[in-house]
Design a protein around this ligand. Structure first.
Ligand code: ADP
Length: 496
């Protein structure tokens, strides 16, 4: 391996400061592991107004920083703290863009219309900050459509800047369904030229597609599991970008997300009422009792509980689940503990479930990390009926908590869960393939039947699940290889 790398990670989310999903988990954990491998990482995110300055020990770093966007000059400030005690995190503070109640949308889930301006500005400001701090990155690591413009910035606006002459770019796609498609009107603000508003780069039916442009310009592109990398290269899984990913050839890879076991390990978890491990699992029943009690489920130890924690959106399979969940509740001895928020129609359906089936269904609409830990620990099974799932984290947490995943075999769910083999008792969970209510119903039935009638297999599955290891140690080394390939590509290829 070559020497230590300087890596700039730019993202709209980073745990513990801002998170709506897996993106925040990844940018919160990966930098610490890269740093442990001896690399020098800096993270840049927006200074959202909901971030607690005091609690996170955030201090002012730069009072005034000028950022040129198209013909506008924006004056912002920069704040700073450290993550995992060692990784510097800088917050770009510009109130007109980031002092809003949510990251991406208003309280009615309508996207802020100026999102492309907000995040193009974040991207440009991150590069300006490198200059200000004399942080000369080997790698600029962009994440999702929000910061996908960064590779183009490096190759176009900074192409003659000696400061970035050896900087390569990596773009990670955390979910290809979100591409940053916006009106062409916003393109001027990005400062990029007409020559890049073409169908192979940023243009898509006369609108902007930021992710597409990012795929074109990045020296390496990756997504968050090998399975999803393959799926996104097909017409059904690529959401229109499959041919662009195929064109990348070996410059498009899949690296499974790791999980942060310092946060998600029942043996050490401080947010659950009792700790347990595969060698002493007693505490799990204490957690189950607490979950049933706190959520108003019937206090019946032998009734299996199925946990769900998710964004309640179509892609996560919640419309197909709504086709069968009442039949499951009516016909099977089972309880549901559901935590999520998202689509209005789905929120209404799942919160009403609790009113219609008191004691058998408990629903919490909103975001609640402590409850998420209790559901992981206190449930017997964890259901993820996703239509598509780039990596998925909750099924991996569930494995560690001995909470057997019931998943649709797609993307990262398929890669991380080994289907139960009824003959041998091998496996770590229960899989189905067809995206339908019927398939969910049958697979839940199979899991519950195993719970009641094949106890030795159940114990074996739980043990096997808890022994799985998806730590960042392995995945962070794969990222280093990805960065090295990006550096080689940057050196050896002409910019088109
Ligand atoms: P995605 O990024 O598509 O939302 P992932 O499975 O990759 O899905 O990551 C979801 C992350 O967000 C997990 O850490 C999960 O626990 C968390 N999460 C999702 N919804 C909630 C919620 N309502 N309350 C607490 N945590 C949540």
């Amino acid at each position: 391996m070559t020497g230590s790398l300087k890596i700039l990670v730019v993202s709209t989310e980073c745990v513990p400061f801002a998170k709506s999903g897996g993106l925040g988990d990844v940018t919160g954990a990966l930098p610490g592991f890269l740093q442990k491998l001896g690399h020098n990482v800096m993270v840049v995110i927006p200074m959202y107004s909901f971030i607690d300055i005091k609690q996170n020990e955030i201090n002012i770093a730069i009072e005034r920083m000028n950022v040129k966007m198209g013909n506008e000059l924006i004056v912002c400030s920069v704040h700073k703290t450290t993550l995992h005690e060692k990784v510097p995190v800088c917050f770009i503070d510009y109130e007109p863009y980031f002092a809003r109640p949510n990251m991406y949308h208003d309280n009615n889930f309508n996207d802020y219309p100026d999102n492309p301006k907000r995040f193009a500005f974040l991207s440009k400001a991150a590069l300006q900050l490198c200059h200000e701090l004399n942080f000369m990155p080997d790698i600029v690591h962009a994440n999702d459509w929000h910061t996908a413009i960064l590779p183009a910035y490096l190759k176009r606006l900074y192409k003659d800047d000696p400061f970035f002459s050896n900087t390569a770019s990596v773009l990670t796609i955390h979910n290809i369904a979100y591409q940053g498609r916006y009106d062409r009107y916003y393109y001027d603000y990005t400062g990029l030229g007409e020559e890049d508003f073409t169908p192979d780069k940023f243009e898509c039916f006369n609108a902007i597609n930021l992710l597409k442009g990012g795929i074109h310009f990045a020296d390496m592109v990756n997504t968050v599991s090998k399975g999803y990398a393959s799926e996104t290269k097909t017409s059904s899984g690529g959401y229109g970008l499959d041919s662009f990913l195929v064109k990348k050839g070996d410059d498009y890879a899949g690296i499974l997300n790791g999980v942060d076991y310092s946060e998600w390990d029942p043996a050490k978890d401080t947010l659950i009422p009792a700790n347990y491990s595969s060698s002493n699992i007693k505490g799990k029943s204490v957690c189950k009792r607490a979950l049933q009690e706190q959520s108003g489920l019937k206090q019946v130890a032998k009734s299996p509980v199925i946990g769900i924690i998710s964004r309640l959106v179509e892609l996560k399979g919640f419309f197909i689940l709504s086709e069968c969940i009442e039949d499951i509740i009516n016909n099977m001895d089972v309880q549901f503990a559901i935590l999520g928020s998202g689509d209005n129609q789905l929120e209404t359906f799942y919160s009403n479930l609790q009113l219609r089936y008191p004691g058998k269904a408990a629903s919490f609409i909103g975001y609640n990390n402590k409850l998420a830990h209790l559901i992981e620990a206190g449930s017997d099974f964890f259901l993820m009926p996703s239509l598509s799932e780039p990596c998925g984290l909750n099924q991996i947490y569930s494995l560690k908590y001995g909470t057997l995943p019931i998943v649709r075999a797609t993307g990262g769910l398929n890669d991380t869960i080994e289907n139960y083999n009824q003959d041998t008792g091998e496996g770590t969970g229960f899989k189905f393939w067809e995206p339908s209510g019927k398939a969910i119903y049958n697979t839940v039935y199979w899991a519950l039947e195993t719970y009641h009638n094949r106890k030795p297999h159940l114990q074996k599955l739980i043990c096997q699940a808890m022994e799985q290891n998806f730590s960042w140690e392995k995945s962070s080394m794969e990222y280093i290889k990805l960065y090295q390939k990006a550096l080689e590509n940057k050196k050896n290829r002409a910019v088109i």
